[in-house]
Design a protein around this ligand. Structure first.
Ligand code: IDC
Length: 445
């Protein structure tokens, strides 16, 4: 049963305490055992303007949604930004404490030099060098830090400008943190990954390239760019995306968002949602009526926030959600055809019943890596359900080893989970927990 895997497993719930420092292998992030890792999480808004969301409780909550990465966006040139009147010491301290909170919440963290109105990273290069030197030396002992050295070059900035900037910043970070993953922005607000693919940075390993999208603005054209870049071997990290348009505002486009999630999941590309604030704009995940900085209920989340919450806690995709509550999610390593079971009160729709899945533990036995997951099923509908079932698809052909408090069957890459005889009926608003399973996979040693 414990067949050794030649193929690497796919880890959708990587955590620094389990998977350690990440590296780049081919187009993917991988952990120390060579397993492919996909990170999903949330970006702060500008930390100069919304510093109070950087607190331990808030990060713990995002982590409990299954976010395993947080991005600390430090604007450079906007008013109050690092290079435009901002309190540098305060901003650096926010970054350092953000990294510490992320570590405590078992999340990876991206330190983002958020250029925007300073359209060319060469403009504030000297400041950038000093910043990354100091920060990377202070963070050299952390295994959860990823550096993003220029958010969105724009305004005619060429890939040549960016590459030459990167070739000055990378060695500075590498002096203090020789292995860390470094993400490099691309021209035209980090959309032209094709330019980077045509002339990638070859002198260093563990380099990735930025692609940003806003689903109501960026559609097939940009997705095609991503696919071509990926085919040509370019490792891409989507360090920022929105469900709305590129202004960060406007209507949410669920259909296009779903297409993006499906594509990114199919390529194991990591993605981070803009933004953690209550600013009155669509992309903010906290409702503008809510002034809390932690302890959020579903009502405290904006429409974007609810979708992102459901997507993360469901495992990676937005759903055909029927309510604004915790809706059923579907996705990358999770169900696309979840249902509440035939004959059930809401059998015709899969809205309203969701599950979350968490990696609880992992270990090595005879050269095979085992992963223990915990599953919680939530009935967010207004009615009792009498059965539940989900299909969880795990890429990388992991082997099912054990399961409890549910019935399990495997078909190819799909793990089908349904209720045990005693835990199928779930009242409205209730959940079933303590459901778990173990799979093995990973590089045979
Ligand atoms: C936006 C913020 C908005 C702020 C504006 C300018 O959402 O509140 O006023 O920046 O500072 C990006 C940028 C990101 C933008 C976001 C939405 O990286 O800074 O944030 N966006 O416009 N690229 C594409 C969209």
């Amino acid at each position: 049963m414990y067949e050794k895997q030649k193929k690497n497993s796919y880890i959708n719930f990587a955590r620094p305490s389990i998977n350690g420092a990440l590296k780049v292998t081919g187009t993917n992030l991988t952990d120390s055992n060579g397993n492919t890792v996909q990170l999903k999480g949330i970006s702060t808004h500008g930390i100069a303007w919304f510093p109070d969301y950087i607190n331990q409780e808030c990060f713990n909550e995002l982590s409990s949604w299954n976010a395993n990465v947080i991005r600390l966006a430090m604007y450079t040139s906007e008013s109050g930004g690092y290079c435009n009147g901002g309190d540098k010491e305060n901003l650096k301290n926010l970054v350092l404490s953000g990294v510490e909170y992320a570590k405590n919440a078992d999340m990876y963290v991206i330190v983002d030099w958020h250029i925007l109105s300073d359209n060319n990273p060469q403009i504030n290069k000297e400041e950038s060098k000093r910043f990354f030197n100091e920060i990377s030396s202070k963070l050299s002992g952390y295994n959860n830090v990823i550096y993003e050295i220029c958010n969105e070059p724009n305004g005619g900035t060429t890939w040549a400008d960016i590459k030459s900037y990167a070739l000055e910043i990378i060695p500075i970070i590498r002096q203090n943190s020789p292995e860390s993953v470094i993400i490099v922005g691309t021209p035209t607000w980090s959309q032209e990954v094709d330019k980077a693919a045509a002339d990638p940075i070859t002198n260093y390993s563990n380099i990735m390239y930025t692609l940003h999208f806003y689903a109501a603005t960026h559609k097939d054209d940009l997705r095609n760019k991503l696919v071509s870049a990926n085919k040509s071997g370019l490792p891409v990290f989507v360090t920022e995306y929105g469900l709305c348009d590129a202004s960060g505002n406007g209507a949410i486009d669920k259909e296009e968002s779903e297409k993006w999630f499906n594509l990114m999941n199919s390529l194991s590309i990591s993605y981070v949602s803009w933004n953690l604030s209550n600013k009155n704009e669509t992309s903010s995940i906290i409702s503008s009526n809510c002034n809390k900085k932690s302890g959020f209920t579903m009502d405290d989340l904006s429409e974007s926030g609810k979708i992102i919450h459901d997507m993360l806690s469901g495992g990676g995709s937005i759903s055909a959600s029927t309510s604004t509550n915790l809706a059923t999610s579907s996705g990358s390593n999770v169900t696309d055809n979840s249902s509440t079971g035939a004959g059930n009160v809401i059998a015709s729709t899969y809205g309203g019943v969701s599950y979350s899945i968490k990696l609880k533990n992992s270990w090595d036995a005879n050269g095979t890596k085992f992963y223990q997951y915990e599953l919680t099923v939530n009935n967010n509908t207004s009615q009792q359900i009498n059965s539940w079932q989900f299909d969880i698809s795990l890429s990388g052909a992991p082997v099912f080893s054990d399961g409890w408090n549910g019935k399990y069957s495997v078909n190819g890459n799909t793990l089908h989970v349904s209720n045990a005889d005693y835990n199928g009926s779930v009242g409205s608003g209730q959940q079933v927990s303590d459901i778990g399973f173990i799979i093995s996979g990973g590089e045979a040693k």
